[in-house]
Design a protein around this ligand. Sequence first.
Ligand SMILES: [Zn+2]
Length: 98
Amino acid sequence: MKITVRAQIERVAGRIAAFQWFVDHPRIEDGRCRYCGTTAASCPCIGNTKRNLIYWENRLAVLRAEGTLTPREVEGILKGSRRMVKKRERDEMLARNS
Ligand SMILES: [Zn+2]
């Protein structure tokens, strides 16, 4: 049971970290969104991502309540996910710029 919930939390934490990263670092180039191509002011990506983020944070809250992981353990998983996303984005950026 503990392993199952942990695995689910890890998956959800990965999504939260990725969405959070996008919200914090929107990819706007020349005033346009790199994803949808619309001008930054009317780009729907950030709004969609924020909605996704809320959804997955709610999922995490449910898993947290169901599982037996301590807040400390959950924080550790979230921290690890954020680190992973950061590394992945950095590597991507380096690959783009080289
Ligand atoms: Zn967009």
